[in-house]
Design a protein around this ligand. Sequence first.
Ligand code: DGY
Length: 322
Amino acid sequence: MSRVFVTHQLPGERLPLLAQQCDLSIWEQPGLLSAQGLRAGLAGCQGLVCLLTDRIDAQLLNAMPQLEFVSSMSVGVDHIDVEALTRRGIPLGHTPGVLVDTTADTAFALMLAAARRVAEADRYVRAGNWRLDNAWAPDFFVGKDVSGATLGIIGLGAIGQAIARRAAGFNMRIIAWNRSPMQVPGVEMVALEELLQSSDFVSVNVALTPTTRGLLDAQRISMLKPGVVLVNTARGGIVDEAALAQALDTGQVYAAGVDVFAQEPVAMDNPLLAHPRVVLAPHIGSATELTRARMANIAVDNALAALSGEPMPFCANPQVYR
Ligand code: DGY
C-alpha cells in the first residue's frame, strides 16, 4: 500500500476516503511544520499532500527518490520546485477555481478599507480618541472614492476577472494588463506603464513566477499615479515592500491593502507594518469555511487520482502525462 504524508489536518469531508486508499499519516501539531519535520514525515512516502507554507525544494525532492505525487491545497505553487517535479515526471496537484470569488472579495474588502481608512478609524475609536474635542469635522477621516475611479488590474486571470466584475458594480473604469493577450468585456487592456500611470486603484493578481518576481519594483512603483491605492492579494514577492513603504511615506501611494508578504509570517520590522494607511491581513484571501473545505477536497481528489494511476483533475504540470 502506498504511503502518503499530509502536512496538516484538512477541512472538508474527503480525508477519510484518502485514508481508505493508502497508509496515511497526518502531522497534527499546532503551528507550522518545520523543514526537518517535513523531511522526517515524507521519508519513505509515495505521496505528499501539503500546504502553501511547506517549502518543497530540490534539496527535499532529491532526498525523496520514492516520491510519486504531490498535491498542494493551494492554487499558487511558488512554494514548490515545479521544474524539479516535472523533470522526474511527478504530477503536482493544485486547487484553481474554487477560491476565485473569495479572494476577489478579499481584494475588494482591502481596497475599500484602505481607501476609506476603515482600519485606521477602528483603531481611533478603540483608543478613545473620538471625543467631543476631537470629533466630526468636514475633513474628519476623509478618504478616497472607490465609485467612479479607475481600477488597474495587474493579471487578468480568474481572480482578476472576478475583481473586474465587482468593480463594474462600483461604476469603475476598469483597465488591465496581462502577460498574454486577452479580451474581457468591460475591461480595457493597456500596457503596464499606462496602467501604473493612470490607475487610482491598482490590484495585483499575477501568480508569482520567476518573471513576475519583483514586477512592481522601485522603478515601476515610482511610475504610479500620485495618490493611488495599491492592493496585493497575490504574492508578496511581486511587490518591492521597501519601495512601497517609501512611496507611502512620500504620499505618492495614498494607502495600501496587503494580504501577502515576501516573508510569511511577516517580520515585525517590515516597514509596511509601521504605516497607518496600510491595511494588513495575514494571507487570508481564500479564508472562508466553504472555500477552504472545497480546496481541501480538491487536494484530496488530486491525491486519490494519483493513487489510482489516473491523471489528477487539477494538475499544475500536466506535461507529465504526455
Ligand atoms: C493559494 O491557494 O495560493 C492562495 O494564496 C491561498 O489563499
